[in-house]
Design a protein around this ligand. Structure first.
Ligand SMILES: Nc1ncnc2c1ncn2[C@@H]1O[C@H](COP(=O)(O)OP(=O)(O)O)[C@@H](O)[C@H]1O
Ligand SMILES: [Mg+2]
Length: 263
């Protein structure tokens, strides 16, 4: 693309983002968001968003839902009027290098290019792939819709741009624990995945339904550390539910139960 066409594309993409400000919390007004705006909407990311506006994936982009160290989540709307969550991985984040262990060793990602942009794009693709796999066996996760470069689009889990509460933000009960342990078991046995970042912060609760999310770290069982990650996920759940006064489970026993059919 010539730079003149690039500039036009960027302008159009910005327009779609700016448009939404009228209808939503402003992205630019709040000063901390202005920093986010500058970090997130660099030229390559704007071009990626532009292609998504153009190919019918997105109609416009509303305000920010959450800003993290590695990514920011925005509320977007599709041409059909469906709400979507847009996870934009920060191309400036150095955090990814620390998390190389979740990619290296996973047989699905051999011969990877570990420098800068390519690594971040791989991270986005990996989360998309993990979500697709989990979704295909009916694990409740945000349905993945599209991924391009550092931008991942998925179903929005919430109402009017407000995400459902995570377990850390709401009441939990014993059936929730039973349900999560069942999901972890299904994930392992049917899709051969370990979430690897499971905690009260990465599970939504919508009345009685639980939805697992944030699958960037999830690894295939072939990963040499997959068992350690599974054990850590179980320990995290144990810690959280005990803290909330819900009868704890036997971590070791659960671990053996989940992995008993391994060959
Ligand atoms: N599909 C989604 N629908 C609605 N909100 C979401 C969705 N995915 C993420 N979020 C919001 O963004 C926050 C961070 O998302 P997460 O994927 O956990 O990113 P991080 O890697 O920064 O932890 C969530 O706690 C939630 O508020
Ligand atoms: Mg998270």
């Amino acid at each position: 693309m010539s730079s003149q066409i690039d500039n036009r594309a960027i302008k159009k993409a910005l327009h779609k983002i700016n448009n939404s400000e009228k209808a939503n919390r402003s992205l630019k007004k709040r000063s901390e968001d202005f920093q986010v705006f500058q970090d997130v909407f660099n030229k390559p990311t704007l071009l990626t968003l532009y292609s998504m506006f153009n190919n019918g994936t997105l109609s416009y982009l509303n305000g920010i839902v959450n800003s993290g160290k590695e990514s920011n989540i925005f509320w977007g709307v599709t041409p059909e009027g469906n709400d979507v969550a847009i996870k934009i991985y920060l191309t400036v984040a150095s955090e990814f290098r620390k998390r190389l262990q979740y990619i290296q060793g996973d047989n699905r990602f051999k011969n990877i290019n570990t420098n800068g942009h390519k690594l971040i794009e791989l991270w986005a693709r990996k989360e998309f792939k993990n979500l697709s796999k989990a979704h295909s066996i009916n694990i409740p996760v945000p349905k993945p819709i599209a991924v391009k470069q550092n931008v991942l689009v998925m179903e929005f889990q919430g109402i009017d741009g407000a995400p459902f509460p995570t377990l850390s933000e709401t009441e939990v009960s014993e059936p929730d624990l039973v349900e999560i342990l069942d999901l972890v078991t299904m994930l392992y046995q049917k899709s051969h995945l370990i979430h690897s970042d499971l905690s009260e912060y990465n599970v939504f609760k919508n009345s009685n339904d639980l939805i697992l999310f944030d699958f960037g770290s999830a690894v295939d069982v072939s990963h040499p550390m997959s068992k350690d990650f599974l054990l850590r996920d179980l320990k995290n759940l144990h810690r959280f539910f005990s803290k909330r006064g819900i009868p704890a489970f036997d971590v070791e026993k659960k671990f053996l139960e989940i992995t008993e059919n391994d060959i």
